[in-house]
Design a protein around this ligand. Structure first.
Ligand SMILES: NC(=O)c1ccc[n+]([C@@H]2O[C@H](COP(=O)([O-])OP(=O)(O)OC[C@H]3O[C@@H](n4cnc5c(N)ncnc54)[C@H](OP(=O)(O)O)[C@@H]3O)[C@@H](O)[C@H]2O)c1
Length: 279
């Protein structure tokens, strides 16, 4: 029995459907943690169990009889009791993390991912971290601008190694259903780094219309993004990263291919899969 936490999320929904599709061959049963079972449609054979990560005692029913857990963490304060509860029931956890460094002894976490990774490491569970660098779904934030035909954003030449959410899910399923992944810290990316401006062009091609790129001066971007995202430090960190990707493209790893025996999906494939989201 595998429990998928974040089962309605961008990655989790594909983890659920892939596990459910292979279930008849592998014998794996799938349970989905959901906040409101009445609001979700899950594939046939998947059991929905109500639970809320902000209230760890509500997870007990979902964790009963579970062997493996796919865990993601939404934008909530970290609740250490969640990892403890998982460790009381399950043997294995696969955690959707990001490109963080390992914490040294006594070092303070700078992100919730580092904090949760540390809790998991200390939990006694067999763990695997999926350290995805940048989701292609982040470009959905341009959808309104794309519908208007022009994207104004900073650093058009910043090259990013965006990963398709289905590839992350495929890796999660591989890790949950095959052995040899305990202690794996898998850094996941797409197959190549593509500039912001090219991402916009490729999305335009997928929806069959010309979409123009306009470089937004970083100072204007800083003001606009701080107003929109509400976190100046985060905005500054993003702007600094994008600036660096103009000269040094974001890292591309071969982890997806090594694990799945096929290359990751391209950004073009992602754009076609999501064309309707931009129309
Ligand atoms: N974007 C990136 O580039 C990037 C890169 C690396 C890592 N990540 C990480 O990936 C994770 C997001 O994954 P995703 O995109 O698959 O998820 P997502 O699409 O953001 O969906 C969030 C999921 O969390 C569930 N959820 C929210 N609050 C909950 C609660 N209190 N209790 C139980 N479930 C709750 C939601 O369920 P409901 O249907 O009930 O709302 C939904 O299934 C984040 O941790 C993010 O930091 C993102």
């Amino acid at each position: 029995m595998i429990l998928v936490i974040g089962a309605t999320g961008g990655v989790g929904r594909h983890v659920v459907s892939s596990l459910a599709a292979t279930g008849p061959e592998t014998g794996v049963e799938v349970r989905a943690l959901v906040r409101d079972p009445g609001q979700v449609t899950l594939p046939a054979g998947v059991e929905a169990v109500r639970g809320d990560l902000s209230s760890p005692r509500t997870l007990e029913a979902a964790l009963r009889g579970v062997h493996g857990v796919y865990l993601m963490w939404p934008g909530l304060p970290v609740q250490p009791r969640v990892v403890e509860a998982i460790a009381e029931h399950a043997k294995q956890v696969v955690y959707l993390s990001t490109d963080v460094t390992d914490l040294a002894d006594g070092e303070q976490p700078t992100s919730f991912h580092q904090e949760i990774e540390r809790q998991i490491r200390q939990s006694g569970l067999d763990w695997t971290f999926l350290r995805a660098i940048d989701f292609a779904t982040n470009t959905l934030g341009w959808a309104d601008q794309i519908r208007q035909g022009v994207v104004r954003w900073p650093y058009g030449l910043a090259a990013r190694s965006l990963v398709h959410e289905r590839d992350i899910a495929d890796v999660a399923v591989r890790v949950l259903t095959t052995s040899g992944h305990a202690g794996g810290k898998y850094v996941l990316t797409g197959p190549e780094a593509i500039t912001h401006a090219d991402q916009v062009r490729i999305i335009g091609e997928a929806i069959g219309r010309d979409v123009r790129w306009e470089d937004l001066p970083p100072e204007n971007a800083r003001r606009q993004l701080t107003a929109a995202w509400g976190n100046a430090a985060f905005v500054d960190a993003r702007l600094a990263a994008w600036r660096s990707f103009v000269h040094t493209p974001e890292r591309v790893t071969d982890t997806v291919e090594l694990l799945l025996g096929r290359p990751p999906r391209t950004f073009r494939t992602w754009a076609r899969d999501h064309a309707d989201d931009f129309r």
